[in-house]
Design a protein around this ligand. Structure first.
Ligand SMILES: *Cc1c(COP(=O)(O)O)cnc(C)c1O
Length: 449
């Protein structure tokens, strides 16, 4: 097995439980709070917005393992277990003594890891008698995943898609419509939040924060309708743990254990997914692994943001979330890694960063595309622009290992493929892409300092 290229688990090895890291954290993530009463939120407080089971998972600090419903496991079989691959060709190109492995979440029918949480979210809503769900989407990956999941469990879905992506990524919109979802460019005139933003700034290209406001508003005003979120929240990290749980078994097949585990970082779901099952052992002192969150230099919430209570959306409809944030009004540059254009980080990851269990590094857009193109030219898979951040971090670690003459085992999550993002690669190859730096004064401004 040790010389294999791919490590494939049989369907019977799809995990039967998700891993809930909150139950094992010594210093728990702080609770979300109600902005009006300043009271910590309980599961019941989330019921108007989210499915009840998902609300309970959100605040579950006690159960380490949570059963995956059989109906969800059946749908997981469409694409899981996903392969673990040793990036032997990339290793050769880098001439590094490091062993580089990647977990290939791009094989899901929607092209990213997002389906891992979309399926259970659709399932629990359906089971509780909900007929309609709403959501927002940036690059279109979450909306795409939820469109298929809504179809799989028989729900109607309305997706608010960030306008810049609606225009830059028309095929994501087509995918959502193919699976039967209704897609609306955000900001739109269909909500109070959208109308207000368009009145103030008619050419605004949208942001995830704005689209979240619109999706929440529609859910609150429509009977039998709930809102869903594809990242940031604790229950999303819970579902994504399936990535790392499979990877743990596959690394065992490879006869190695990672020294470094890497994920790109938007709100934290794929990073949590690949890292938490390994972090579990480090937290208990059984292992000494490094965990690196790779974020864009243009949206550097982990490396330059501040840990504080902030809203999850631009308008301020959500509860206050304890997070590393750039401020909920922060409006990131229109980089192609649309899924990483979010102002804040989930509360679990934020706590782990504060407590020193994980590290974060930021990468410039051009460096991430250079890494992605090298990966495509060696391993054959064209990565999502988001995933390019993880690849850039993995390459940096591999080159460091070469300098130090050390064998090092690197594992990263390939969160998605870039086949629907080829316009971004076109621009990169034409020399039309730029780096977007954020000034210190912008950071203080949006943090309200
Ligand atoms: C959404 C997305 C991300 C970023 O979201 P996280 O919640 O941080 O994982 C990364 N990669 C891909 C392919 C995505 O679709």
């Amino acid at each position: 097995m040790a010389n294999s290229k791919k490590f494939i688990l049989p369907e019977s090895e799809i995990p039967t439980q998700w891993y809930n890291i909150m139950a094992e954290m010594e210093s728990k993530p702080q609770p979300m709070i109600n902005p009006e009463t300043r009271e910590p939120l309980k599961a019941e407080d989330l019921y108007p917005l989210f499915s009840e089971e998902l609300s309970r998972q959100e605040v579950n600090h006690t159960d380490v393992w949570i059963d995956i419903p059989e109906e969800v496991r059946d749908k997981y079989k469409i694409y899981r277990p996903t392969p673990l691959v040793r990036a032997t060709e990339l290793e050769k190109a880098l001439d590094t003594p490091a062993h580089i492995y990647f977990k290939n979440e791009s094989v899901s029918p929607v092209g990213s890891h997002k389906l891992n949480s979309a399926l259970p979210q659709a399932y629990y809503n359906k089971k509780e008698g909900i007929t309609n769900i709403t959501t927002e989407t940036g690059a279109g990956q979450w909306g795409t995943a939820l469109s298929f999941a809504a179809r799989a469990f028989g729900l109607e879905l309305a997706v608010y898609m960030v306008k810049i992506s609606y225009e830059q990524k028309p095929y994501r919109r087509s995918l959502m419509q193919t699976w039967g979802a209704q897609v609306i460019a955000s900001p739109s005139m269909s909500t109070k939040a959208g109308r207000k933003i368009l009145t103030d700034n008619p050419t605004y290209q949208g942001s995830l924060g704005t689209a979240i406001s619109e999706a929440i508003e529609l859910a609150m005003q429509t009977p039998n309708c709930k809102y869903t979120l594809g990242s940031v929240l604790n229950h999303v990290s819970l579902h994504q743990s399936i990535i790392g749980l499979e990877a743990e078994k596959q690394m065992e097949m490879a006869g190695e254990y990672p020294d470094v585990v890497i994920g790109c970082f938007g709100g934290g779901s794929n990073f949590s997914g690949i890292t938490f099952p390994f972090l579990r052992h480090s937290m208990k002192g059984e292992r000494n692994t490094r965990f690196i969150a790779a974020e864009p230099a243009s949206c550097p919430k982990l490396t330059r943001g501040k840990f504080k209570y902030d809203f999850g959306d631009e308008t301020g409809y959500t509860p206050l979330i304890p997070m590393f944030t750039l401020g909920h009004k922060f409006s990131p540059a229109n980089i192609h890694a649309g899924g990483l254009r979010y102002h804040g980080a989930g509360s679990i990851v934020s706590q782990l960063l504060k407590d020193g269990f994980i590290e974060a590094e930021s990468f410039k857009q051009l460096d991430t595309f250079e890494a992605g193109v090298l990966f495509a030219r060696t391993e054959g898979i064209v990565p999502a622009p988001e995933s390019n951040h993880a690849i850039a971090a993995a390459i940096k670690e591999a080159l460091k290992a070469k300098e130090e003459g050390k064998k090092k085992v690197i594992l990263f999550n390939l969160s998605g493929h870039g086949l629907v993002d080829m316009s971004a690669y076109d621009q990169y190859m034409a020399g039309d892409l730029t780096n977007h730096e954020v000034s210190d004064s912008d950071i203080s401004k949006f943090l309200g300092e």
